[in-house]
Every structure is written in structure tokens, then in C-alpha cells.
Design a protein around this ligand. Structure first.
Ligand SMILES: CC(C)(COP(=O)(O)OP(=O)(O)OC[C@H]1O[C@@H](n2cnc3c(N)ncnc32)[C@H](O)[C@@H]1OP(=O)(O)O)[C@@H](O)C(=O)NCCC(=O)NCCS
Length: 163
């Protein structure tokens, strides 16, 4: 498995990837019921501004298939950023999400960000547990009852924990 920055060319890998992401997992990622991800959305996901965002794609080296993606978009303050993550559904529970989260956290720390945070549906027990094991604090989202906000102060993450 190769983990590298997401490029515009990776747009071509999305249809095969998303074909193996269940509707339920899409809802956990995008917080809305959707039968498929529109091409316009894929276009938006691959065209991010590297000055204010980062995204990493996991690739199966043998086949070149996309296995997962994690992204981090800076907040306007520039001190914090919001992450989102998605793993090919049949690969869930094999450590890929953990690996990508660790990589994202290491890159956020290297960039000098103070915190990373994300929105997670309250029902998404796997993600909430994983975030808790990674050191994130969890609180109720004041604007959305079905949602939690998970926050990781990066000064609480020792360098050796991510490198
Ligand atoms: C949530 C999601 C990203 C998790 O990815 P994953 O690859 O399935 O998760 P992992 O296999 O890495 O981790 C799951 C489990 O392994 C543990 N784990 C994995 N690697 C580990 C390691 N090296 N050390 C300790 N624990 C580890 C996790 O903490 C978790 O624990 P559990 O099995 O006891 O429940 C994935 O399920 C997904 O894409 N879901 C749909 C989209 C979504 O929910 N996104 C989150 C909102 S943005």
C-alpha cells in the first residue's frame, strides 16, 4: 500500500473506489443520503488548494486501485483544520483508517497547526472509538444533535507518536 498526496489525475480512480463504498459509508462521510458522488463533487475533491489543504490517497501498489483517502482543510484562522476520511468498504477494520489518520496528524503537526478537528455522526461508533484512541477529545456539536465534534490539540501529540 502506498500513501501519497492526492493529485488531479487521481480523479480517474474515484469511480472504481466509490463503486465499492456502501451508501451507508457515504452517509457517514458526507452526512447526507446519496446514491452516488456526483462528478462535480469528485472534481471539487481533487482540486484543492495545497496552500490551505492537504489530501492523501492510499493506493494498492500491485493494481493501482484507490483504497482510501484522508483530507485536511485549514480553517480561516490558519491555526486549525478539519479532516475527513473514507476507506473502501470491504477494507474496513484492517488498520488503513488508523494509518491514514496517523499520517494526517503527523503532517498537520509538521505544518505547525495547533488543532485538527472533525465532525462525526453520533452513530459512527468505529470512528469515535478510533478518534478517542488517537487522543481526540469528543463533544456534542452545538449546531447538530446527531453529530459529535472531535478535536485533537496537536501539542498533546508527542513527535515520536506520529513519526
Ligand atoms: C471510519 C473509518 C475511516 C475507519 O477506517 P478503518 O480502516 O475501518 O479503521 P481501522 O481498521 O484502521 O481501525 C479500526 C480499528 O482498529 C484499531 N486500530 C487499527 N490500527 C491500530 C493500531 N496500529 N494501533 C491501535 N489500534 C489500531 C482502531 O482503533 C479500531 O479499533 P477496533 O477494531 O477495536 O474497533 C472507515 O470505517 C470509513 O471509511 N468509514 C466510513 C466513512 C467515515 O465514517 N468517515 C469518518 C467521518 S469523516
Amino acid at each position: 500500500m502506498l500513501l501519497r498526496p492526492l493529485t488531479v489525475e487521481d480523479g480517474a480512480l474515484y469511480p472504481d473506489f466509490l463503486a465499492e463504498v456502501t451508501a451507508d459509508d457515504l452517509r457517514l462521510r458526507f452526512f447526507a443520503a446519496m446514491r452516488e458522488v456526483a462528478p462535480e463533487m469528485i472534481d471539487k475533491l481533487i482540486h484543492y488548494d495545497p496552500a490551505h489543504a492537504m489530501a492523501f490517497i492510499a493506493i494498492e501498489e500491485q493494481t493501482g486501485r484507490m483504497l482510501g483517502v484522508v483530507r485536511l482543510h485549514d480553517d480561516p484562522s490558519g491555526h486549525s483544520a478539519e479532516f475527513a476520511i473514507l476507506v473502501r468498504s470491504r477494507l474496513k477494520g484492517h488498520g488503513l483508517g488508523w494509518l491514514m489518520m496517523k499520517h494526517m496528524i503527523a503532517c498537520a503537526k509538521d505544518k505547525g497547526l495547533k488543532t485538527v478537528h472533525g465532525q462525526v455522526l453520533t452513530e459512527n461508533a468505529t470512528m469515535l472509538l478510533m478518534c478517542s484512541e488517537l487522543g481526540f477529545h469528543s463533544s456534542d456539536d452545538p449546531t447538530e444533535r446527531s453529530m459529535k465534534v472531535v478535536t485533537l490539540p496537536l501539542d498533546e501529540v508527542p513527535c515520536e507518536a506520529v513519526h
